[in-house]
Design a binder for this molecule. Sequence first.
Ligand SMILES: [Zn+2]
Length: 262
Amino acid sequence: MKRSLKIFIYTDFPSNSLNISEVREYLARFGFQAEDRGNSIDYLKFSDARLSEIAERLSGAVVDDISSDLVKLATPDRARFNSKVNRLRSREDMRGVLYDGYWFQRIFYGGLSERIPEELGEDFLHIVFTGRLFGTFEDRRYHARVVLTGVPSLISTSGLVEAPAKPKEYYYIRGGLIQSGKDLSVLDEMYRGRYVEYDDPKISSILCSYALQVVFYHMTGQAFCDNKECCLYNSHWQEDVLRVQHDGELCERCLELINVLE
Ligand SMILES: [Zn+2]
């Protein structure tokens, strides 16, 4: 491997369809070596007392009202806190919960700086693949995200399903079906293949592009590519995700850029 960058990959109960080896092999094609560290909580080996604190902070990072920016961690109520301790160690009740992405990242950063301070800095890149859905507050409300760059960089398999929009008619037809009390499964049949599902076999290959995006940002400071055919394009629609992050490749300009990186 020609690169000095050390990439560490962690998991936090991402979709079962995600195959980390596939991501590692993809990054290796561009000369990047990535180590699979497995489940983040297991790897970082926190004491039980610290785990409780982390669970409590994480619980305070849950967004209850998407129209209100979580400027400080919420004080968790007891019932929610107790159930959250278990949630750190399982994917239990993960669906339908939205976390503030920056708080989620800060909590993770706290764990990394406590356990592996010698591995922080620009020669290291920590990527967490999580099943948790997170968002960032912009334009007066939270928006779900697939990726949040930083330390660590977060990539959400649930965000991949929920954040990029489905075709416009999908929402129109869905509204009609709900109003008339009809079964929504018809809709899934109609649009299957036009958006990513929770345990979609396409997830690994799509997230290879997102992992490369995180690496690219770390190395160049450039988050996205403007080329609509490039796999580093900032897709807002599911159809774009399938077209470029799944089926597409790096454009020539990005490939050149990546080839000159040391
Ligand atoms: Zn490009």
